[in-house]
Design a binder for this molecule. Structure first.
Ligand code: AKG
Ligand code: FE2
Length: 345
């Protein structure tokens, strides 16, 4: 039997890990077996059924998840060995919206645990309007900066530089990479930025940072960019951070600071190998995440994640909310990215 003492509770990188005991697994299996509803065709009913049982989540799991919420700064928690069962179908090779395989029941674990931290939401234009996103490699997406790619998925804030980004993201691994190569990456960007000078931080607060794109919002010195934005912004008096490893700066001075930041991010990344049954919840306002490159086989055995976006800011009532908001800056993404998104709907 797994002992609680085996767990490495705190690592140097604000990532806490707990491994479920057999008893906790048993309790969760019992709890989830009474939950009904289809997370894809009627998310709200499914979610309401889950909320009724949330008070019964084993204490230690609840405490660990709530710890990240209460930190109010960079943190992530990994819950290992969720009892997802053994009847996972082969990993699909097409976008999830195009197949009839729905409701795997793993969604119950994802939504039950992740919504202890905040409320679920998503973007209407993403993943066919599903609240639970299924992420696995798709051959034609291989090179794109998207969760279904195979090249390195550069570390990023989820949904950076838009009108709204999630406060947390949750990734539940249904099937780990059988080749052992795909590592999720996590980095505490708040900590890195706190170690820069005041002058450097002032530059990161200016709207000097953007992506190169073929669908520009602005042109600067003949180059095409998304709308330049700051990396540090303030929310309710607290600094929050939005960053992606392929950002560029629009002036020489800001490029110098960005290059320094990129170097520090690259050397402060923690790699986490997710196995089937592992859930990671990441504070998306203070941490960035990504994934190493890997070699999918596209034969039904590939890595498979389910993802939930979470917000502490949008909803007051926990019932009957419209949980889809619009991703309004989509028109300035690269054409390659937009093609992938459209293929999902
Ligand atoms: O594949 C991973 O581990 C990370 C995926 C990711 O960044 C995402 O789906 O948002
Ligand atoms: Fe992501």
């Amino acid at each position: 039997m797994q002992s609680v003492l085996d767990d490495q509770l705190v690592s140097a990188n604000s990532i806490r890990t707990i491994t479920l005991t057999t008893e906790e697994q048993r309790e969760l299996t019992k709890l989830t077996s009474s939950i009904s509803g289809d997370p894809y065709s009627d998310f709200e009913s499914f979610y309401q059924n889950i909320l009724k049982l949330q008070a019964k989540i084993p204490q230690r799991i609840r405490r660990e998840i709530e710890h990240i919420k209460n930190l109010k700064r960079g943190g992530a928690v990994i819950i290992k060995r969720l009892p997802l069962g053994n009847d996972l179908p082969p990993t699909p090779d097409q976008p999830f919206a195009k197949i009839t395989l729905h409701d795997l029941r793993s969604e119950i674990y994802l939504v039950l645990l992740a919504t202890l931290i905040a409320e679920p939401f998503s973007f209407r234009e993403w993943d066919a309007g599903h609240l639970v996103h299924n992420k696995y490699p798709i051959k034609s997406h291989r090179e794109v900066q998207f969760g279904s790619n195979a090249v390195e998925f550069l570390v990023h804030t989820e949904t950076p530089f838009r009108e709204f980004s999630p406060d947390y993201i949750a990734l539940l691994c249904l099937r780990g990479d059988p080749t052992g190569r795909a590592n999720t990456k996590v980095c505490d960007i708040e900590k890195i930025i706190s170690e820069l000078s005041d002058d450097e931080r002032e530059i990161l607060k200016k709207p000097y940072f953007a992506f190169e794109t073929d669908n520009p919002a602005v042109q600067i010195n003949g180059k095409s960019y998304t709308l330049p934005m700051p990396i540090i912004t303030s929310r309710n008096g607290e600094d929050v951070f939005e960053y992606v490893h392929d950002l560029v700066a629009i002036s020489e001075e800001s490029q110098e600071v960005l290059d320094k930041l990129k170097g520090k991010v690259a050397s402060s990344i923690t790699s986490v190998f997710l196995e089937g049954g592992d859930l990671i919840i990441i504070d998306n306002s203070h941490m960035v995440h990504g994934r190493s490159a890997y070699e999918p086989n596209y034969d039904g055995t590939d890595r498979w994640l389910q993802r939930l976006l979470l917000t502490s800011r949008l909803y007051r009532n926990k019932t009957n909310e419209n949980r889809l908001i619009s991703d309004k800056r989509l028109e300035n993404y690269t054409t390659a990215y937009q093609n992938v998104l459209q293929g999902l709907s």
